[in-house]
Design a protein around this ligand. Structure first.
Ligand code: SIN
Length: 305
C-alpha cells in the first residue's frame, strides 16, 4: 500500500486531509460519530480575541453545487477556546492542531495568537485574512498587500509556531497577496476561502441572507481553487494548503498536483459528517488507480514538464 504521509511546514501528518475551519466545530462533536484520529489534523473554529455571537439569521443559503454562509465568526473568544474547547478536543484527538485566528485589527490577531500559543497541541496557526462576512476585519486585510504583510509580520513576532495565512479569492491577483505574505515571513499559505455571493428569495424579493451577501463554497468553486493554488505555487516557495470544493479522494490528488502539500475539506462536512473519513479511507484505492506510491511526491506534479 502507498504512503499517504505528508509534511506541512516541518510537521508530519499521517495524511493530507484536514477539516476546514468553521465546518467541523472544535472537533470533539465528530468524535461521537467516529475516531477522528484518522484525520491529518483539524483546523478548528475561527477564533477571535473577544467572544462573538455572529451575524443575524438566516446565515445559510443552499445553492446549486454549493452553499452560501454568513456566519460572522461566531466563537467563544480565545481565552475560552484555550481553557474549555481545546481541553475537550485534546481528550479525543492526539495530533497537532491548526488554530484558525481572525481579527478586526492587527492587535486583535496578535492578542488571540498570544493566548492560543500557550497550547502545546497547536502545530500551526492559520491566520484568516479572508472572512467575507464581517465589516472592518477579515477581508479588509486579505485584499491589500500592505495589510496582509502587516498582519503576517506582527503574528510572526508573537509565536515560534509555523504561521499560515488564509487567502481570499475575492481579489484581482491572488499571487500578489501571496508574495506579500511570503515576504513578510509567512511559513505557508492556505487557499481559497469562500467566494462572495448572494441569493435572492423570489417570494420576498429580498436577499436570502440577513447579511445580504455571504461566502460561496462547495463543489462549484473547485476549478477556481485549483487554478489559484496552481498560480500561487508558481509565485511562492512556501507550502500551500489547498481548499475549495474538495469532497473526494480524486479532488485531494487534483489539488496536490496543482501545488498543495495538504488539503482542507469544508462544505462537504456539512452535507456528510463522514466526508473526511470517507476521503481518507478511499485515498489508497485512488492512489493505486493513478500509480501513486507516495502522496507527498505529487505536490506540484502538474507543473513538471
Ligand atoms: C464566518 O464565520 O463567517 C466564516 C469564516 C470565513 O469565511 O472566513
Amino acid at each position: 500500500m502507498g504512503s499517504t504521509e505528508v509534511t506541512l511546514c516541518g510537521v508530519r501528518l499521517d495524511n493530507p486531509v484536514i477539516p476546514a475551519s468553521g465546518t467541523f466545530g472544535f472537533g470533539y462533536e465528530f468524535a461521537e460519530l467516529y475516531d477522528i484520529n484518522c484525520l491529518g489534523s483539524i483546523s478548528f473554529k475561527g477564533t477571535t480575541i473577544e467572544p462573538r455571537f455572529g451575524n443575524p439569521t438566516p446565515r445559510i443559503a443552499e445553492c446549486e453545487a454549493g452553499m452560501l454562509n454568513s456566519v460572522g465568526l461566531q466563537n467563544p473568544g480565545a481565552e475560552k477556546v484555550l481553557t474549555e474547547e481545546l481541553p475537550r478536543l485534546k481528550k479525543v484527538f492526539k495530533k497537532p492542531l491548526m488554530a484558525n485566528v481572525s481579527g478586526f485589527s492587527v492587535k486583535d490577531y496578535t492578542a488571540a495568537v498570544e493566548i492560543l500559543d500557550r497550547e502545546d497541541a497547536i502545530g500551526w496557526f492559520e491566520i484568516n485574512i479572508s472572512c467575507p462576512n464581517v465589516h472592518g476585519g477579515g477581508l479588509a486585510f486579505g485584499t491589500s498587500c500592505e495589510n496582509a504583510a502587516a498582519v503576517t509580520a506582527a503574528v510572526k513576532k508573537v509565536t515560534k509556531k509555523p504561521v499560515l495565512i488564509k487567502l481570499s479569492p475575492n481579489v484581482t491577483d491572488i499571487t500578489e497577496i501571496a508574495k506579500a505574505c511570503e515576504a513578510a515571513g509567512a511559513d505557508g499559505l492556505s487557499l481559497i476561502n469562500t467566494l462572495l455571493g448572494m441569493r435572492i428569495d423570489l417570494k420576498t424579493k429580498k436577499p436570502v441572507l440577513a447579511n445580504k451577501a455571504g461566502g460561496f463554497s462547495g463543489p462549484a468553486i473547485k476549478p477556481v481553487a485549483v487554478r489559484m493554488v496552481y498560480q500561487v505555487y508558481e509565485a511562492v516557495k512556501i507550502p500551500i494548503v489547498g481548499m475549495g470544493g474538495i469532497s473526494t479522494a480524486e479532488d485531494v490528488i487534483e489539488m496536490m498536483l496543482a501545488g498543495a502539500s495538504a488539503v482542507e475539506v469544508g462544505a462537504a462536512n456539512l452535507a456528510e459528517p463522514f466526508a473526511c473519513k470517507n476521503i481518507i479511507e478511499d485515498l489508497p484505492r485512488v492512489m493505486q488507480k493513478y500509480g501513486i506510491d507516495n502522496l507527498k511526491d505529487i505536490t506540484g506534479g502538474a507543473h513538471n514538464g
